[in-house]
Design a protein around this ligand. Structure first.
Ligand code: GBH
Length: 508
């Protein structure tokens, strides 16, 4: 592997860059080489139901926790909500056409659970109109030779289940309802859908929704919830519900449908805040174990939680029963791929004083600047997202060495400054460069490091409802005008089409 890129020239702050990019900023020194990718490598775009669909109570859809979260206290979502979003529910045909014109191989989308089971539970009525929407979408994609990759859960649990038993906080009830919902999806869509993702980003569901409270349902200390144990209970529920659905797919559907199923884990790569000091090197490693190993070890290795977590969290971390351990060891080999959502790299440092009662990191602080004042990479339109392709390559290696599964990059992308204005948005050189560099990192991981990486899905097809940032942060390769709902491809969309054509040429 190549040595760590250093960004000593990074003299600007986030704000300087946004308003007045420095002509000699280190981004200029990062050069896209357009390295080759395998001819079979698949590229696509990704979205999530609540972020794009709108039609929030159309045709019998029930409310999800996001409908309620964004309406009860709009300050939590920049005063905005997903009532209309991109109105994809009424414009799916146009969006499929758009993807077809961009030449995507794959479209990763999520199903809105309350659209097809409005109240969510295993004894609740099914909404055939919701099912018809996804049937049409899948058929339209296949008509255009676009492979549907379907996420069962991207953060929008039916409010009905939250009201009944607090959703993820009740492991047995949630697992039973999720199995029922997943079985309905496999039965109705599995003849045509051959790649399934159970959950998008269990870490975010556990920590951001049940500890920080920045995402729905917004549990946090201020709301009076027990943040010392809730996130770990939620994580436990997610792991066991994933495993139960993999088991069910394997025994009931795989022989006839022959699809692949897995989960999507997100995570940054962590560099030590001071690479000369072992305590900080250990901290960087420990941060990834607490972030990724938390879910990856039980799900992909069929093991208990990482020992570092057991040691640090004690009884805050639930125990797996013998029966649950058998489920995990039975299902681990059936995870067909590792779904990786990845955006950026951070520094990790050990804290000298352990923080108060509910530390969830393994006693670590994160930052974008290291001990020596070096930035981990040039900033994009958001401070947490730095351009750091070497970290991406290292994370691909880390995941490959730990889990030995082919990786699909199920999300990657960035927002650029000033993108509300369509004129500025279309000229998205920063995104183009970010994508170009990250694809080079994949090429190096494949050809120089021997990591299996089989696909890349750009996050996201079009600017959409970016959760707590509302419509304020734009990750699309297509610009969305939220007044007229007009879609305008940005240059990065055409770049993706062109670069994959160049990179995937068979060797001569
Ligand atoms: C993904 O999550 C989601 O799957 C997708 O829906 C979303 O639109 C996309 O990212 C873009 O954000 O301010 O330092 O606390 C990525 C997980 C969680 C990463 C929130 C950034 C904020 C970092 N994200 N996190 S910080």
């Amino acid at each position: 592997m190549s040595s760590t890129v250093s960004y000593e020239a990074a003299m600007f702050s986030a704000n300087d860059f946004v308003s007045d990019p420095c002509p000699s900023n280190p981004l200029d020194q990062m050069v896209v080489e357009e390295l080759r990718l395998p001819p079979t490598f698949a590229w696509g775009t990704a979205t999530a139901a609540y972020q794009i669909e709108g039609g929030t109570s159309q045709d019998g859809k029930g409310p999800s926790i996001w409908d309620i979260f964004s309406h009860i206290e709009p300050s939590r979502t920049n005063g905005e909500n997903g009532d209309i979003a991109c109105d994809h529910y009424n414009r799916a045909a146009e969006d499929v056409e758009l993807m077809s014109s961009l030449g995507v191989d794959v479209y990763r989308f999520s199903i809105s659970w309350p659209r097809i089971i409005p109240l969510g539970g295993r004894n609740d009525p099914i909404n055939e109109k919701g099912i018809a929407f996804y049937n049409n979408l899948i058929d339209q994609l296949l008509d255009r030779d676009i492979e549907p990759v379907v996420t069962l859960y991207h953060w929008d649990v039916p409010q009905g289940l939250y009201d009944r038993y607090k959703a993820f906080l009740n492991t047995a009830e949630f697992q039973a309802d999720f199995i029922h919902y997943a079985r309905l999806c496999f039965t109705r869509f599995g003849d045509r859908v051959k790649k399934w993702v159970t959950f998008n980003e269990p870490y975010i569901i556990s920590i951001f929704a049940h500890l920080n409270g920045t995402l729905a349902p917004g549990h946090c200390v201020a709301e009076g919830t027990d943040t010392t144990t809730e996130p770990w209970r939620v994580g436990h529920t997610l792991i066991l519900s994933h495993a139960a659905v993999v088991d069910m797919y394997t025994t009931e559907f795989h022989y006839s449908q022959k699809g692949d199923i897995s989960i999507v884990l997100n995570g940054s790569f962590y560099e030590p805040w001071d690479a000369t000091d072992k305590v900080h090197r250990d901290a960087a490693e420990r941060r990834m174990v607490f972030y990724i190993g938390w879910f990856g070890d039980p799900i992909f290795l069929g093991q208990d939680y990482p020992s570092e977590m057991r040691a640090a969290l004690g009884s805050r971390l639930p125990a797996f029963t013998d029966k649950e351990r058998r489920l995990l060891s039975r299902t681990a080999p059936n995870n067909a791929f590792y779904g990786m959502n990845h955006y950026s790299t951070k520094y990790a440092r050990t804290l000298s004083e352990p923080p108060a009662g509910d530390d969830w990191t393994g006693n670590i602080a994160e930052s974008s600047v290291n001990k020596f004042g070096q930035e981990v990479g040039p900033v994009t339109a958001v401070n947490w997202l730095r351009v750091a392709p070497d970290g991406f390559r290292k994370l691909l290696n880390w995941v490959w060495q730990r889990y030995h599964l082919p990786v699909i990059v199920t999300e990657n992308g960035c927002p650029c400054p000033g993108e509300t204005d369509v004129q500025i948005a279309v000229d998205d050189k920063l995104r183009e460069k970010y994508i170009g560099l990250y694809l080079d990192a994949i090429s190096r991981a494949i050809y120089e490091d021997g990591v299996q990486v089989t696909g890349y899905y750009a996050w996201t097809l079009m600017d959409n409802f970016e959760w707590s940032a509302g419509y304020g942060s734009r990750f699309g390769i297509v610009h969305t005008d939220f007044d007229t709902l007009k879609r305008t491809p940005k240059n990065s969309a055409y770049y993706l089409k062109a670069t994959f054509a160049r990179r995937r040429q068979p060797a001569t």
